[in-house]
Design a protein around this ligand. Sequence first.
Ligand SMILES: C[S@@+](CC[C@H](N)C(=O)[O-])C[C@H]1O[C@@H](n2cnc3c(N)ncnc32)[C@H](O)[C@@H]1O
Length: 198
Amino acid sequence: MAPGPARLAVELIHGAHGTMVENSEEMIAIARGRLMQAGLDSRWKVLQGDAFNLGGYVQPGSFDLAYTFRFLRHFRTPEREQLYANLRQSLKTGGHLVFDVVGDVVYQQVEARNPQRAAGEIAIYDVTYTAQSFSEEMERNGFEVVKLHPILKHFTMQSLLSYKLDDVIGPVIPAALAAIELLPSGAPLEWVAVCRKR
Ligand SMILES: C[S@@+](CC[C@H](N)C(=O)[O-])C[C@H]1O[C@@H](n2cnc3c(N)ncnc32)[C@H](O)[C@@H]1O
């Protein structure tokens, strides 16, 4: 759902067929072009449509997996609940929903460090969670959380390394970031959540 320019679809390796529902004509044109270039156009049906009316485009109970990134997080609770309900309805029982979830701890730290937005910067809403509050939200909406995959587990250190030391030790930064990512943490920047329809 809401795939934009098919940023992720062209990276995924699988043998399945899928349906994309995206609102923007411009994004659909880019997505179709990228899918064709990647040789994936026969695998994806790309539909123009509104995620708030998902049932108008896809059959209820017809999908094993739904994913959406950089989308649900930008909506307030009533809209998210509507979107969860639509996604839930499109999934088979036991089907999975995968999406990105913003961690509250690091988000608040970043906000505290940058209380003023840069001139011209648009304020974009992100809902944030602890692992517990996320699990509760998904339970309330008919899903169980199967797994939370942490992304950027030590964001402060990792962002300092990549922004401040890029000129000095640029070539070794990716390896250093990956090594830091191996260290455990309870407060990543984000998670990729894998949830199952109950
Ligand atoms: C921030 S972009 C993310 C795109 C993509 N998921 C990614 O991670 O690269 C959000 C996308 O949602 C689409 N969108 C916004 N509202 C929508 C809606 N009601 N139904 C379907 N798509 C929508 C926008 O056109 C845009 O392509």
